[in-house]
Design a protein around this ligand. Sequence first.
Ligand SMILES: [Zn+2]
Length: 252
Amino acid sequence: MERKLTVLCATAHPDDVEVFCAGTLIRYVKEGHKVFMAIAATGNVGSKIHTGVEIEAIRAVEAQRGADVIGAELIMMGYKDGEIWQDNPTWKAYVDLIRRTNPDVIITLDRDDYVHDHSNVGEMVYRAAIWASVANIPETKYEPIDHIPTVFYCETTGTYHLAPMDHYVDITEEYEQKLKAFKQHKSQHGDFLEKQFGIKDWFEYVEVVSKLRGFQCGCKYAEAFRVVQTWPNHKAYRLLPPVQFSKNSEKD
Ligand SMILES: [Zn+2]
């Protein structure tokens, strides 16, 4: 039987996945792999007209709809926006998340991204991935897994990161489905983001970045990633779609 992967996508806010890597997750699902989407924060600051309680309820529904379009299983971790810090309890929460989902591949946010919710999730997910297979960590709820997952970082917001991306996924056939997932986050597509960031059309942003990455790798639309460049994070076969195992990878 062909080997299938489990993929954990761990991001900060309810619409991050759709902006950065939804096309890739859709491809994983199409290939028959299991995909989890773990969203750290509720999105409670994502409105200038709703209260925090109101907007996080709205965004929980939007996040579920987005996950449904992608075909992923959603996990909401319940942190508040702006309150994701690199501390011991949060790192252990990520150790437990990785143990609970037991992924072969983790896609997370770049640890140099623009806002600390993003950068802290990226840093802690990677630092937790190394330890999820270790026994005897106090105050963790789940049993250690039997391997260290491979971690990839997404695009930085605005493509600011100077390090070149090293992995590309052709999402030309998945692009409309990615947009459909992004459209589920209606609360973010009024004038909120324009007031916050001065960008009127985030769909245009998604299109420009997807086309740029497609141009770089010879297809119409693409998403780009950086593998975390530390030992023992590499594998001798391709873990991003199209997933391609080597002859010996069943044993790896
Ligand atoms: Zn975000």
